[in-house]
Design a protein around this ligand. Structure first.
Ligand code: NDP
Length: 498
């Protein structure tokens, strides 16, 4: 089958015979004890069924956790370099499968093929970084307080990890959890979002092909209440790596605290781009628009607030609109598409509700915001990206996460007010500043309440740098980079007298 061109995807979709996927427990594909399955449809054409998955229960979760617990005994003893070698093979397989996997990803999630390919290559990079980390799980050796004593620290793998992911990045988010877990000697039970489980099934096949032993990685598909909840509550789960909404993150942290399970929480954002001065409005607008509307604005690090000084507001707004006019909305298989549909109708409804709330609060839709329903658009959740202006800092659209293609422009008097507005939200994930003044840029980096700061740069992160948020945007060790060691391992101190 040819996977090479955009038209290839359409033909591929036509050939799909919906298949029933099992859970992946202890190296076997198994049916749920519920005897029930559910199906998912193409995000860009909701009439097209793609595949079915197990509607799992607590019984399946228990089996998966017990398999992971049993596998931990041997896996944690496998030398780090050998664990790393499996991850290198996995990264190679991800890249080899990029064409097929990007079709699956675009079909279930809706993002453009270019975005899907970018996500898969990114996942391969992150897996390789983790493979390298498996070679250098460092401890310290320090002088003793007494003669003939060596004092040292070791890092021991934590145990069974529950990995829970949302639907916006169904390849890179699980890889971001599974690859470091494996590198540091942990085992995993993974629950994907119910709307995007297909790529997850393929990830299990690739991990298996890469040589991951039975029980080291397990997949249980099903709802948050019937699968996520018992997983988080399971006494053998020692760490929970969760990416999703802040409300659920808080709930999970409370449950974990009762038994001192560790958590790594990547939550929502309301990320600002502060614009103070520039040489070229258009190049700033280009960076902002790309960071605001990639993945249809359904990224935790999407820029959702432009905080701009009043003398630049009009010029920058016009430049942003010019860039937004270039966005071409459509289905992933169409040529030159730059923005896919939203993930489903329910999510579109919630985004539109925010546009309504914003207008009621006094904001104005300066550009876009129309729902697209003609022809092909009738079968998906398509909208033109929206720009709101006349937004003031106390409005809900300036404070709450919309998680869709909506950008709010907030005019401020000066840089002092810009800094204060940037911090005046509950979230603290990513923040950008655009300025030619070096001192101002450094002051912003120092004072903005945000896990990640970008200077004259959109909010794209790198595959080897720690990733995370502060305030209501995150808790626990940052993921991706070397900071992962703090979540996936526990410290042990050893004194040795000779
Ligand atoms: P949700 O918080 O609704 O769901 C996330 C995951 O949790 C899903 O797999 C969901 O399952 C599962 N879940 C639901 N209920 C429970 C429960 N009681 N116990 C355990 N797990 C449960 O988030 P969304 O999927 O809607 O994703 C959007 C959110 O994710 C946004 O707030 C966004 O900002 C955030 N996000 C943060 C990122 C970051 O790195 N900071 C990155 C990407 C997204 P099910 O699908 O079955 O409901």
């Amino acid at each position: 089958m040819a996977y090479a061109t955009k038209t290839g995807m359409q033909e591929w979709l036509d050939t799909i015979q919906p298949k029933v996927y099992g859970n992946f427990i202890n190296g076997e594909w198994t049916e749920s004890s519920s005897g029930k399955t559910f199906s998912i449809n193409n995000s860009a054409n909701n009439k097209k069924e793609l595949a079915s998955f197990q509607d799992s229960t607590e019984v399946d979760v228990n089996q998966a956790v017990e398999a992971a617990h049993k596998a931990f005994k041997n896996w944690s003893m496998v030398p780090g370099p050998d664990r790393g070698a499996i991850l290198y093979r996995f990264a190679d397989l991800l890249e080899k499968s990029v064409d097929e996997l990007s079709f699956i990803l675009s079909a279930e999630q809706g993002k453009t093929l270019a975005e899907s390919k970018g996500e898969i290559f990114r996942a391969a990079k992150e897996a390789r970084f983790c493979a390298g980390e498996a070679f250098r799980i460092e401890g310290n050796t320090m002088p003793g307080e007494r003669n003939n004593v060596w004092s040292s620290t070791l890092r021991k793998p934590l145990g069974v990890i529950a990995a829970i992911a949302p639907w916006n990045f169904p390849v890179v988010t699980p890889v971001r959890k599974i690859a470091p877990a494996l590198a540091y000697g942990c085992t995993v039970v993974y629950k994907p979002a119910s709307v995007t489980p297909w790529t997850s099934a393929r990830l299990m096949e690739l991990l298996d092909e890469a040589g991951t032993p039975k029980g080291v990685v397990n997949l249980v598909v099903g709802s948050g209440s019937r699968v996520g909840n018992p997983l988080v509550n399971h006494p053998l789960v020692k760490g929970i790596s969760f990416t999703g909404s802040t409300a659920l993150g808080v709930q999970i942290n409370q449950i974990a605290a009762r038994r001192f399970a560790k958590t790594q929480l990547e939550l929502g954002g309301k990320n600002p781009a502060v614009v103070l001065d520039y040489d070229d409005a258009q190049s700033v607008a280009k960076q902002i628009v790309s960071a605001a509307f990639a993945c249809s604005g359904q990224r935790c690090t999407s820029i959702s607030r432009v905080i701009v000084v009043k003398e630049k507001k009009e010029e920058l707004t016009e430049a942003i609109i010019k860039e937004m006019r270039e966005i071409k909305v459509g289905a992933a298989w169409e040529e030159d598409i730059t923005m896919g549909p939203l993930v489903n109708q329910q999510h579109l409804k919630s985004v539109l509700e925010y546009l309504k709330i914003g207008q009621e609060e006094g904001a104005r839709i300066r550009f876009g915001g129309d729902v697209l329903t003609n022809g092909l658009f009738a079968d998906g959740a398509y909208m033109v990206p929206a720009l709101l202006d006349l937004v003031t800092p106390e409005m809900r659209v300036a404070k709450e996460e919309i998680f869709g293609p909506v950008l709010a422009v907030i005019e401020v008097e000066d840089k002092e007010q810009a800094f204060s507005v940037a911090n005046d939200v509950e979230y603290g994930l990513a923040a950008s500043i655009f300025t030619n003044n070096l001192s101002t840029a450094y002051r912003f980096a120092d004072q903005v309440e945000s896990g990640m700061v970008h200077i004259n740069h959109g909010t794209a992160s790198a595959a080897h740098m720690p990733f995370g948020g502060v305030k209501q945007s995150g808790f626990g060790a940052f993921s991706i980079g070397s900071s992962n060691v703090d979540f996936f391992t526990e410290m042990k101190v050893v004194y040795f007298q000779y």
